[in-house]
Design a protein around this ligand. Structure first.
Ligand code: THU
Length: 166
């Protein structure tokens, strides 16, 4: 049994909040790449466009967007498209940061969206495996940026390879 099942344990999620002018040029660039990717999303069913941009440890930026399907569950979120693309092409690279943005097709502005549970689980796998945190950046419509210092922070009491071991 997990320790946390033996007693009541509380975990809190912390996000750092940056005013629009505060994030570094590198963070702003990653957010811009995520925005460009979102505009190419294939989202004819939800009309909700999501973009993700990853920074690898060699400086490469890999992007992804949501890819929908007439058979709805077959589609995939932007974050997983980006992570799977990065790790399939560059299996030995570490992922340092991910920027995630979203917009409704009818709007001409991006809005804050946090990654879904399945994407948190998928991203967590790579964070565990590389033994280095992946920072997450979420941009709001007014340019405010929220930072999570790790995927782990967004997925309290996560399931991982440790659970598969005795
Ligand atoms: N979506 C993402 O791409 N990432 C998320 O974390 C949440 C949702 C996509 C899936 C679907 O294409 C659309 O947004 C509406 O749910």
């Amino acid at each position: 049994m997990h320790d946390y099942m033996a007693e009541r344990v509380k975990k809190e999620v912390y996000l750092n909040k940056y005013q629009p002018e505060e994030p570094s040029r590198e963070i702003k660039q990653l957010i811009d790449e995520a925005k460009k990717a979102a505009l190419n999303a294939y989202a004819p069913y939800s009309n909700f466009q999501v973009g993700a941009a990853l920074l690898l440890d060699d400086g490469k930026i890999i992007t992804g967007n949501n890819q929908e399907n007439a058979c709805y569950p077959t589609g995939l979120c932007a974050e997983r498209v980006a992570f799977f693309s990065a790790k399939s092409q560059y299996p030995d690279s570490k992922i340092l940061r991910v920027a995630i943005v979203a917009k409704r097709s009818v709007d001409d502005f991006f809005k804050l969206a946090t990654p879904c549970g399945s994407c948190r689980q998928a991203m967590s796998e790579y964070e565990n495996n590389q033994n280095q945190n992946i920072a997450v950046y979420l941009a709001d419509a007014d340019g405010t940026v929220f930072e999570s210092e790790s995927i782990d922070n967004l997925l309290p009491f996560k399931f991982s390879d440790k659970d598969l071991k005795s």
